[in-house]
Design a protein around this ligand. Structure first.
Ligand SMILES: *Cc1c(COP(=O)(O)O)cnc(C)c1O
Length: 362
């Protein structure tokens, strides 16, 4: 077995080792079929079972009822910036967006091509170092929907509860914290997430859409860009990313085997607290990048050091020791430890030890 490193990349990101071993086991012949899932017709009964089981397990994990469709699409979370607006903006063609970072901004950019965007709140002036509070939201009761980004992968903030939006449908980009904890899906009209942060390899995006939202899509939309197409065909309108869906399905089974989302949340809290506590108790040697503690992400821990030189040295030495991917996003600098579901607790313990050691020596 090759040596595995501690992988802190923000995405594509670490996968459970158990899942990778299963993939290896199945690689030449998936369950006696004599072929890999990569080589398999998406119309075969074997693949049909794979995608149906993935959906069934996701429904169990998040307690999703028949009021929702579950879709596996392509184009990443980025295509959803467009599809959400194209499909859900009618008939009013105006929507509320909460601007909490680079991904929100990209979603807003695409929505503006379709209709009127009301930025209900933004913390851009504070460099996105906190989230807007409920009473800062200037919501339009006539908006077609309210869009928010539940976890801001780059800045390291995370909504701990959904914004309250009354009767207006709530839409969420949950790319980097989906399945990190239980959420009440019934509060949402639509949730989307790219797979490659907390669910699987790149190549698929998950869309959970409430059935009534499907009625909004206009006939003039391009076929592929219409949610109804994919809902009607069970995500098999065209060739799906079948290998990615298969690995996602294994990750769902791994989550179920390990106690589901409540157990995962408990571990995620322990992991994040361990790291934040150490940062807070380092006498300012390390500094959390997020100003408001309640807004800190459990998935992407962002922090800084005294100066860039020290940060550079830190990343270089960490890399040498097998802590990979700690450099912050290129747009903000600093440091970031992405500790998704699959990231082992032992890795956080070892990182804290390394940070202690580095602090003593430098
Ligand atoms: C990574 C990310 C995206 C973009 O995902 P792609 O799959 O690369 O399109 C969008 N939103 C959030 C919150 C992300 O973390």
């Amino acid at each position: 077995m090759e040596k595995r490193v501690y992988n802190f990349y923000a995405g594509p990101a670490v996968l459970p080792e158990e899942v990778l071993r299963e993939v290896k086991e199945d690689l030449l012949s998936y369950k006696g079929t004599g072929m890999s899932v990569m080589e398999m017709s998406h119309r075969s009964s074997t693949f049909d079972e794979i995608i149906k089981n993935a959906e069934k397990d996701l429904r169990t994990l998040l307690d999703i009822n028949d009021n929702y469709h579950v879709l596996f699409l392509q184009g990443g979370a980025t295509l959803q910036f467009s599809m959400v607006a194209m499909n859900l903006m009618p008939p009013n063609f105006k929507a509320d967006y909460i601007n909490t970072g680079a991904w929100s901004k990209k979603a807003i950019k695409e929505a503006k091509r379709v209709g009127e965007v009301n930025v209900a709140a933004s913390t851009e002036e504070e460099n996105f170092t906190r989230l807007p509070k409920q009473d800062e939201l200037k919501l339009d009761p006539e908006a077609s929907y309210v869009h928010f980004t539940s976890n801001n992968t780059i800045f390291g903030t995370e909504f701990k509860t959904e914004p309250e939006v009354g009767n207006v449908p709530l839409v969420c980009d949950a790319s980097s914290d989906i399945l990190s904890r239980k959420i009440d899906v019934n509060k949402y009209a639509l949730i989307y997430a790219g797979a490659q942060k907390n669910m699987g390899p790149a190549g698929a995006s998950l869309v959970i859409i409430r059935n009534d939202m499907l009625e909004r899509s206009q006939e003039t939309l391009h076929t592929y860009l219409n949610y109804k197409t994919h809902a009607d065909k069970g995500s098999l309108y065209n060739t799906p990313p079948d290998f990615t869906v298969y690995v996602i399905g294994l990750v769902y089974k791994w989550l179920l085997r390990n106690g589901g989302l409540d157990a995962m949340y408990k571990t995620n809290l322990e992991k994040a607290n361990m790291l934040y506590d150490f940062i807070d108790e380092s006498d300012g040697y390390f500094k959390g990048a997020v100003k408001v503690k309640e807004d800190r992400s459990l998935m992407n821990v962002t922090f800084r050091m005294l100066n860039e030189e020290l940060e550079k040295k830190f990343v270089a030495e960490a890399t040498e020791k097998g802590f990979i991917g700690l450099k912050g996003h290129r747009s903000v600098g600093g440091l970031r430890a992405s500790i998704y579901n699959a990231f082992p607790k032992k890795g956080v313990e070892d990182l804290v030890e390394f940070m202690k050691d580095f602090k003593n020596k430098n």
